[in-house]
Design a protein around this ligand. Structure first.
Ligand code: AMP
Ligand code: MG
Length: 491
């Protein structure tokens, strides 16, 4: 049996300045750790064949499958606000694109597959821990219904990578609707290559925003489209307590998917200024700062597109500002509508936003667990005697006062208690990839070569809205001594 990838590559047909042709570097002894079988099927790949030794060699970059056209993509980016004119795929290779079962074009990329012309001082490799983290969290995001890149496979390479210590090396097979970033546009903008910006914009419209093909002003519409998707994305992040951690412009996808899971994490106790990344000392990428940063990144994208807007610089800037102005309302609408659903409201009334804000304020003040408070509020909607939501508050009286107002408000709607509970449980997950669990799973794999905890965790997270009583412990917040305060950058 040979592994057949039905590649139909389009990015590698763009001009040479868009990428560097480079094959993955062969590794010593690839071993498949995890194959995402349903995703393989979705991509038109045979999971049984991918699980053979030959499949593992491909997923580790040891052999290049027929039809692949491996490239490292060029991009630039603002990292923590500082512009770097050349970043690019320094440790990833795009094997090619396939059209999935839904007719959507998907990139298949190997991350950790060896050096490329963009590696700078890096070794082009990835350590096992960050590969498992990305696998777990990206697939959890998918199960939560949040646009994201996916993980097709994780392999260990049989080689060590040198970080602070020697660690097992690994390769993640990442699947994305594309790997085009804000930073991809910046790469050409800083080189004043307007033709390339136009080529890239046309490629992006055809690929991600085909509905804009007939628009009178397609490049204006493109910026508007990215603004809308990013605003929606960040609203969804906030609604599940997700902190990306490194929202640099090179980690900001044009398709509106969550991309590049480095020092990301889900909040336990609600704290709007929560930061996880060990290198984010200023709190630039703190939980509540994410909408502002998304808009900042989009403003960088708008700057790149100005030459396509108008020859008249002033007119172009005015138009860009106008389009960027939509971010705030799109974000707020998505966020507030999501919060109304989280507290079980079917309708919208004056005072709802204040009711929600008062809950969030009380949660912050009382270190209430973000996920459990909303999940258990669903139980309280079904049965007023259920008091697990109340138990999340250091001072439960703070919850009682709020809950009275909440019951008054929900009583204005005709839905039954059971209907309200079902609607709330469908949007408030029971299971998120809690950071202490992610760390424990990584430790078992890295230190003991034990992947049983990883397998079980991935399985539980695939059904985040189901009760799964056998796995109830996975819903628990960390004990004080289990709390992970920082996540180190996953390189
Ligand atoms: P990231 O922090 O993963 O978004 O990466 C930022 C930039 O650093 C990108 O250009 C990466 O390709 C590059 N990079 C990260 N880790 C490595 C590595 N181990 N070797 C080479 N380049 C890397
Ligand atoms: Mg990146």
């Amino acid at each position: 049996m040979t592994v057949h990838f039905p590649f139909q590559n389009s990015y590698s047909a763009l001009p040479d300045s868009f990428f560097a042709r480079v094959a993955p570097t062969p590794v010593a002894a690839p071993r498949l750790i995890k194959l995402n079988r349903p995703l393989a099927v979705q991509l038109g790949l045979d999971p049984d064949v991918l699980e053979t030794p030959e499949g593992a060699e491909i997923l580790a970059g040891k052999t290049v499958p027929a039809g692949a056209d491996p490239i490292a993509m060029a991009y630039a980016g603002h990292q923590f606000g500082q512009f770097v004119p050349q970043l690019g795929d320094g440790r990833a290779v795009l094997l090619g694109e396939v059209i999935d079962k839904d007719g959507i074009r998907r990139d298949i990329q190997l991350k950790g597959s060896g050096p490329t012309p963009f590696s700078r001082r890096g070794d082009g490799r990835a350590a096992l821990g960050p590969v498992l983290r990305e696998y777990i969290v990206s697939e959890a995001m998918f199960a939560l219904g949040i646009p994201t890149t996916r993980s097709l496979a994780a392999v260990v390479t049989g080689e060590h990578v040198i970080r602070e210590t020697a660690l097992p090396g690994a390769v993640l097979t990442r699947v994305a609707s594309s790997h085009i970033r804000v930073g991809t546009f910046q790469f050409f903008a800083v080189r004043r290559d307007t033709d390339a910006i136009r080529r890239l914009a046309d490629h992006v419209i055809a690929r991600h925003y085909p509905e804009l093909l007939g628009a009178e002003r397609p490049y204006h519409a493109l910026l508007g489209g990215v603004v809308a998707r990013q605003a929606d994305l960040v609203a969804r992040w906030l609604l599940v307590g997700f902190i990306h951690g490194v929202m640099n412009t090179d980690n900001s996808s044009i398709s509106g998917e969550t991309i590049d899971y480095g020092p990301c994490a889900f909040m336990d106790a609600y704290n709007p200024s929560q930061v996880f990344s060990s290198i984010d000392e200023m709190g630039r990428y703190a939980y509540a700062n994410q909408p502002r940063i998304a808009l900042w990144n989009l403003t960088r994208l708008a700057e790149c597109l100005l030459p396509l807007f108008s020859e008249d610089q002033e007119k172009a800037v005015a138009k860009a500002q106008d389009i960027l102005g939509a971010f705030s309302d799109t974000f707020s609408d998505g966020y507030q509508a999501g919060l109304r659903k989280k507290i079980g409201l079917f309708t919208e009334r004056d005072g709802d936003n204040a009711l929600i804000q008062d809950l969030l304020d009380a949660m912050a003040k009382n270190q209430a667990d973000f996920t459990l408070t909303f999940r258990k509020l669903g139980d309280a909607a079904g049965d007023p005697a259920a008091d697990d939501a109340r138990a999340q508050f250091m001072d439960p009286a703070a919850f009682d006062e709020w809950a009275r107002r909440w019951h008054e408000r929900t009583a204005l709607e005709p839905q039954t208690a059971a209907e309200r509970q079902a609607a709330m449980h469908a949007v408030n997950p029971m299971f998120i990839p809690r950071n202490h669990r992610v760390e424990a799973v990584i430790q078992a794999a890295v230190n003991d070569d034990d992947y049983t905890p990883f397998e079980e965790f991935v399985k539980v997270l695939a059904k985040p809205f189901e009760g799964q009583p056998d796995y109830a412990a996975y819903a628990d917040p960390p004990l004080p001594e289990q709390r992970v305060l920082q996540t180190f950058c996953g390189t």
